[in-house]
Design a protein around this ligand. Structure first.
Ligand code: GLU
Ligand code: ZN
Length: 503
């Protein structure tokens, strides 16, 4: 277990606004956030929107909205966490890379002037041809350094030809070693990290430049990100050294690469996998704390014998030093079961409120005015232990709000298909009519007594009643349900079932 670092921790979450947020991205945001909160550090939220062709404002809005829904608050970022209408929060604004282009231009020029970078005039065709030849000869196939040391005359000749030039970073001819917070010491040999492009021929700066430059300028101390970015780390460390020599950076951050998240069939969970979309979890009614609890277990564990915990407990315990390097398996069933536990942990009032969006239009299949809050509040405590995700609530309580219960032929046949349900329902109706409707025990005794008259145990006797009244064979405790639905509606529905049975 690592001690709290001596320099105040500054972590960043820096997504590109492309597409919908996915669970892998949320896991990265969460680990950064938990580490910031655990250490009393700063969470920087930066938007990497330098790819105008792929970035969208809609995706940007979704990122902010998702972070707010999850409760992952940031201390610095492109907007206020609380939604108040400010442009940016924090001393390193702006936090959208599309608004920082002049900075990158300046850094690129200084890297060029100091010889840390150079213009590369090679065309794609030339690069491809040389790469193929190197491959055929069994040599390293990365950039071969062709333009590293061009003479002034050669450069002039290329310029005169009108060749476009990209800017390439000059990698040092030495091994780069760093200690990954998750994986331990990693050494990369120079032949495996060729000089790489940092600015396009059209002047557009690339991720390879803007990401470490912003990490440097924003004084990020810990870079916690997915394992897929591990290969860019040696390059970034080399660039950092150049940035330090030019006065743009103070220190090289620590890096920690979070393990891959595997999906079905032992394949990496892909952004395009429907299981990966954050919106699906939100629409199904995962609680933010349930989802975060589950996602925190993708590469980390709370303790050997406890996997349900609150967000404050997570913050108290989370340390990046405890992250496991092995790939983590995304397990939907486990996510659901953890969420169900968090639903049970809600206080009853919070549970009732959390469900309401699913009980009012447009989620429900009854009119908004048919939603009856008093009935809902009465039944909610009986439902709280029975839902895995909040959207499960509609099927459990729809009988309260629908004019007639759901039409479900399979359930009808199951409950009414044997014996003499009409006779049973007739007796039960008479006894229910005479029962005490302020006491579910009295309703139960009515059905129990009706069953006895027809030689049926309570379980068998209540099945036709349940289907007649709720449309389903399983559901919440029946007699509490009847009491809350009320005498008139209950008897009317039994009458309708009898009419159907005897038609
Ligand atoms: N914008 C990059 C991405 O979303 C950030 C990568 C990083 O954390 O360095 O992949
Ligand atoms: Zn070149």
């Amino acid at each position: 277990m690592a001690n709290t670092p001596s320099v105040p921790v500054r972590v960043r979450f820096c997504p590109s606004p492309t597409g919908n947020p996915h669970v892998g991205l949320v896991r990265t945001a969460l680990f950064n956030w938990a580490y910031a909160r655990h250490t009393g550090g700063t969470m920087v939220f930066r938007i990497e929107d330098t790819d105008a062709a792929r970035d969208s404002e809609e995706s940007y809005d979704q990122l902010l909205d998702s972070m707010r829904w999850l409760g992952l608050d940031w201390d610095e970022g492109p907007a206020a966490y609380d939604g108040s209408s400010v442009e940016a929060v924090g001393p390193h604004a702006p936090y959208r890379q599309s608004q920082r282009m002049d900075l990158y231009k300046d850094v690129a020029e200084k890297l060029l002037a100091a010889g840390h970078a150079y213009h590369c005039y090679c065309s794609t065709e030339e690069l491809d041809a040389r790469r193929d030849a190197a491959r055929a000869a069994g040599k390293p196939s990365g950039y071969d350094g062709h333009c590293r040391d061009l003479t002034a005359d050669q450069k002039q000749a290329y310029e005169a030809e009108g060749r476009p030039a990209i800017v390439r970073f000059r990698m040092p001819d030495e091994a780069i070693t760093f200690t990954d917070l998750v994986r331990g010491e990693i050494t990369v040999l120079p032949e495996n990290v060729p000089d790489y492009g940092i600015v396009r021929a059209n002047g557009a700066p690339l991720y390879t430049l803007v990401n470490p430059v912003d990490d440097a300028l924003m004084e990020i101390t810990h870079v916690l990100r997915g394992e897929d970015l591990l290969s860019s780390t040696p390059r970034q460390i080399a660039l950092y050294r150049a940035l330090i020599s030019l006065g743009f950076a103070k220190a090289i951050p620590a890096f920690g690469h979070l393990p891959y998240v595997m999906g079905e069939g032992n394949k990496k969970l892909s952004k395009r996998d429907p299981q990966a979309s954050l919106n699906i979890y939100r629409e199904r009614g995962f609680l933010p704390e349930g989802l975060l609890n589950y996602l925190s277990l993708l590469g980390w564990s709370f303790s050997a014998d406890q996997d349900i915990f609150t967000i404050p407990e997570l913050i108290e315990k989370f340390d990046v030093a405890d992250v496991n390097a092995n790939p983590a398996r995304f397990d939907l069933k486990k996510a659901e079961s953890i969420n169900a536990d968090h639903i049970r942990l809600l206080d009853p009032k919070a549970f009732a409120e959390a469900c309401e969006p699913w009980l009012t239009a447009p989620h429900a299949n009854w009119a908004p005015e048919d939603f009856d809050r008093a009935a809902w509040e009465a039944i909610a405590p009986h439902a709280q232990t029975r839902v895995t995700v909040l959207s499960d609530i509609t099927a459990n309580v729809d009988f309260l709000f629908l004019k007639t219960p759901v039409e479900d032929e399979a359930s009808w046949t199951k409950a009414m298909g044997k014996g003499d349900p009409a006779a049973l329902l007739t007796t039960a109706r008479a006894k229910l009519e005479a029962a005490d409707w302020s006491d579910p025990e009295s309703l139960k005794n009515a059905v129990l007594a009706a069953g006895e008259e027809h030689g049926l145990k309570l379980g068998k006797a209540q099945a036709p009643v349940r289907v007649a009244v709720t449309g389903r064979t399983v559901g919440l405790p029946l007699f509490e349900s009847l009491e809350i639905l009320g005498k008139d509606k209950t008897l009317t529905r039994i009458d309708a079932a009898l009419a159907k049975l005897t038609a």
